[in-house]
Design a protein around this ligand. Structure first.
Ligand SMILES: C[S@@+](CC[C@H](N)C(=O)[O-])C[C@H]1O[C@@H](n2cnc3c(N)ncnc32)[C@H](O)[C@@H]1O
Length: 307
C-alpha cells in the first residue's frame, strides 16, 4: 500500500541529491495532487453545509493532542483542501492558516471557507518555502500541525524540522497524528511488500496519486456521497519518501524541540486494508488470526521556553 498511491510497482531511482532535484520532485507532486484532489472532492457532496452546521472532521486522537485551542494560532501544514483546517477553527482556535503545495487544494479550501463561513486563511506554497519565508518574516505560531499522509511527501526531514522549530513561539508545539511506516510496508491484503524506510530515497509511482476516496467509498465519509469522477487516472507521477518513526523524532529533537509524547496505535481510524476488523467507534484493526501491527503514530514536540 505504501502510503496512499495506487500503483503496480514503484521505482527507487529518482534524483533527490540536491535541493534543486528535490524541488523538481515536489513540483511533480504538485501536479499529481492537483489532479487527485479534484477527483477526491468530486465524491463529497455539499461540504460547505457540513461545516456551516458546525461539522468537525478531526478524530479524537488529534483533538486530544491539540488540546484547548482558545486564543491559539495554528498553522496546518500540508492542509490539502482545508477540511481539517476548518475543523481546527471550529475547535476554537483564534487564528488558523493552511499551507499546501496544490493549487487545486488551496483554491478549494478558500472557497470552502467562504461558502461555510468558517474563517481561515490559506497559502499555496511548497512547505519548505513557506517555513523559510515565515521564519524570515518573524512569524511565530502556538501550534504547527500536520496529519495523515503528510510526512511521506517530505524529501528532507532535517530542513523541515528546523523550519518548524523556527516558526514556533517559545513553549509552542508541533503536533501530528500519522499513518505508521510499518503499516505502509504492507499491501492492502497484508502481504509484506515495501521497505520500512528508504532513508531519503524517493519512491516513485508512475501512475501518480490515485482516487483513494472512490476506493474507500462512503465508509468514514462525514459528507453525503456522490459518484463524481469515474475511472480516474492520474497523468502525473508522484514521489513519496518512507521515513522511520525514529528518523522523524530525531529530526525534531535535533532541531531543538523536546519530545513530549510519542504513541503507536494498533488500530486505524479508517478501514484502509481489506477485511479489517471493525472495533466500533470508527476504529479498525487486523482481521482475527493476523498478528497486530501499528497503523498510526502521534508525536507532540515542544519548543523550549528559552531557545
Ligand atoms: C494526504 S494529504 C494530507 C491531508 C491532510 N491530512 C488533511 O488535512 O486533509 C497530503 C498533502 O500534502 C501536500 N504536499 C505534498 N508535498 C508538499 C510540499 N512539498 N509542500 C506542501 N504541501 C505538500 C499535498 O498537496 C497534499 O495536499
Amino acid at each position: 500500500m505504501m502510503g496512499i498511491v495506487m500503483a503496480i510497482e514503484p521505482r527507487y531511482d529518482a534524483d533527490a541529491g540536491t535541493p534543486q532535484a528535490r524541488r523538481a520532485l515536489h513540483e511533480q507532486n504538485r501536479l499529481s495532487w492537483n489532479e487527485a484532489t479534484k477527483a477526491h472532492n468530486s465524491h463529497k457532496a455539499d461540504q460547505a453545509k457540513y461545516f456551516r452546521e458546525g461539522g468537525n472532521k478531526l478524530y479524537p486522537e488529534e483533538t486530544e493532542l491539540l488540546g484547548d485551542l482558545s486564543g491559539k494560532s495554528v498553522v496546518h501544514l500540508q492542509c490539502n483542501a482545508g477540511q481539517d483546517t476548518l475543523s481546527i477553527k471550529q475547535l476554537g482556535a483564534a487564528k488558523v492558516l493552511g499551507v499546501d503545495i496544490s493549487d487545486e487544494a488551496i483554491d478549494f479550501a478558500w472557497k470552502l471557507s467562504a461558502d461555510s463561513g468558517v474563517e481561515a486563511r490559506f497559502v499555496r506554497s511548497d512547505v519548505y518555502d513557506w517555513l523559510a519565508e515565515a521564519a524570515r518574516g518573524n512569524e511565530r505560531w502556538d501550534i504547527a500541525f500536520c496529519s495523515y499522509g503528510a510526512i511521506i511527501w517530505l524529501s528532507d526531514l532535517k530542513t523541515w524540522a528546523k523550519g518548524i522549530s523556527a516558526i514556533l513561539k517559545p513553549d509552542g508545539r508541533f503536533v501530528t497524528v500519522e499513518f505508521h511506516p510499518i503499516e505502509m510496508m504492507f499491501e492492502v491484503d497484508f502481504s509484506h511488500r515495501y521497505p520500512y524506510s528508504t532513508h531519503g530515497t524517493p519512491v516513485t509511482w508512475e501512475d501518480g496519486i490515485g482516487d483513494y476516496v472512490a476506493e474507500f467509498g462512503a465508509v468514514d465519509m462525514p459528507y453525503e456521497w456522490q459518484d463524481g469522477v469515474q475511472g480516474f487516472k492520474n497523468r502525473h507521477a508522484a514521489h513519496e519518501f518512507a521515513w522511520a518513526t525514529s528518523e522523524v523524532i530525531t529530526a525534531l529533537v535535533d532541531a531543538g524541540l523536546a519530545l513530549e509524547h510519542f504513541r503507536e496505535y494498533d488500530y486505524c481510524n479508517a478501514p484502509i486494508f481489506k477485511e479489517m476488523k471493525d472495533l466500533g467507534d470508527g476504529r479498525w484493526t487486523v482481521p482475527d488470526g493476523k498478528p497486530a501491527i501499528p497503523f498510526m503514530y502521534s508525536i507532540v514536540a515542544r519548543k523550549p521556553r528559552q531557545n
